[in-house]
Each structure stands twice: as structure tokens, then as C-alpha cells.
Write a protein that binds this ligand. Structure first.
Ligand SMILES: [Zn+2]
Length: 199
């Protein structure tokens, strides 16, 4: 999908893409919902979860298959942001991937690589990528720099995968059911989001 005109800076880009992820995690594909999350993230009213949470999720899921294609053969680790372009050699920057996907991706950035794939980007990869981008830009002091056209185009067609695991769905259902229905849907959604790291 293309970026809306409201996305002007790197901070906006990250907030907008993370809002997409929140929508996916909550199972809500609604323009108004996504934009309300986008504005809150942009204003700092809500924050992205820590990378540690993503790592914990990865461990809990016990992913023994390739995050990209699901293969269970030859599983190693892929650096989401390649080491050659400054990606850290930490678990936060790695996801389980098969040899075939790993070599197909090579030294490319995950967003660039996915443009040539027929499937959307896995949620875990999307979350980790955005958090690294945020930290990197924050350190550089360039979060509020306006987004160049090539960066804007790079995200064209990039989409976070719409499927969430049964475990996440169950957590969402369990945490939702703790809240009385009369309080409306925003509360259970927010509560459950903390479970996937989107607080
Ligand atoms: Zn694979």
C-alpha cells in the first residue's frame, strides 16, 4: 500500500507502519483505528514495545521453522538488517530462517527483499525492523527529517502479514474476556496489545 500524505518524516513512517502492525495484532483492519494509533504513536501518547518483548515472543513461540517460508530444513538465523549495512549481531536483529531464504535475501534489507516476494512481511520481522529503524534514527537524531522519495517508494507495496498465530489469537481472546463488554472495544484491544508488545 502507498503511504498517506500525513506521513512526512521518519518518525511518521515508523508510527504509521507500527500502527499497521497494531491493527494486524488486534485483528482490526479499519482505517479509523489505524489512524488513531498512528496519531498516538506520532505524538508519543503510546510507544512501541521494547525489542526484548519481541525476543520473548520469539522464544515463547519456539520458532523451529523459517519465519519467511515455513520450511523446517536447514534452519539458521537471518539478520533482518544485514550486518554489512550496520545491523547488530544480536538476537533482536535475527529471526530463524532456512538456508534457501537466507541466501535469497542475501545482503538486502528485508523491505527491499520482500518487494520481490509474493507474500507479506511476517509480523515479527516487521516489528523488529521498525524498532531497529527507530533506535537508529533516534541515535542519529534524524527521526524528524523529512522522508525522501526513494524511502517513500521503498515502502510501496510492503505489507505486514494478516495472519496471527493461534497463540496470539488465544491471548487476545482471553484478555478481552476479562473486560466487561459494556466498556467498549477500545479497552480490551489496548490491554491485549500489550501481550504482543504494542502498548
Ligand atoms: Zn525459508
Amino acid at each position: 500500500m502507498s503511504l498517506p500524505p500525513e506521513v512526512k518524516t521518519y518518525r511518521d513512517l515508523i508510527a504509521y507502519q507500527y500502527a499497521q502492525l497494531i491493527g494486524v495484532a488486534a485483528g482490526i483492519d479499519d482505517h479509523g483505528f489505524i489512524f488513531s494509533k498512528f496519531y498516538k504513536l506520532q505524538a508519543g501518547e503510546i510507544e512501541m514495545s521494547s525489542l526484548t518483548k519481541e525476543d520473548k515472543y520469539q522464544l515463547q513461540e519456539g520458532v523451529a521453522s523459517c519465519i519467511y517460508c515455513g520450511s523446517e530444513d536447514d534452519i539458521g538465523f537471518d539478520h533482518i538488517i544485514p550486518r554489512s549495512t550496520g545491523g547488530p549481531d544480536t538476537i533482536s536483529n535475527q529471526v530463524p530462517a532456512c538456508q534457501s531464504c537466507n541466501s535469497s535475501k542475501g545482503d538486502r534489507d528485508v523491505i527491499d527483499w520482500f518487494r520481490n516476494q509474493s507474500c507479506p512481511i511476517p509480523r515479527l520481522v516487521w516489528g523488529k525492523y521498525l524498532k531497529h529503524l527507530y533506535e537508529h534514527r533516534k541515535t542519529e537524531g534524524t527521526l524528524d527529517e523529512s522522508l525522501p522519495n526513494d524511502e517513500r517508494n521503498r515502502w510501496e507495496g510492503a505489507e505486514v502479514t494478516r495472519t496471527v498465530s493461534k497463540r496470539i489469537r488465544k491471548r487476545y481472546r482471553d484478555s478481552s474476556s476479562e473486560t466487561p463488554i459494556s466498556t467498549g472495544r477500545s479497552e480490551p484491544v489496548n490491554r491485549s496489545l500489550s501481550e504482543f508488545g504494542a502498548e
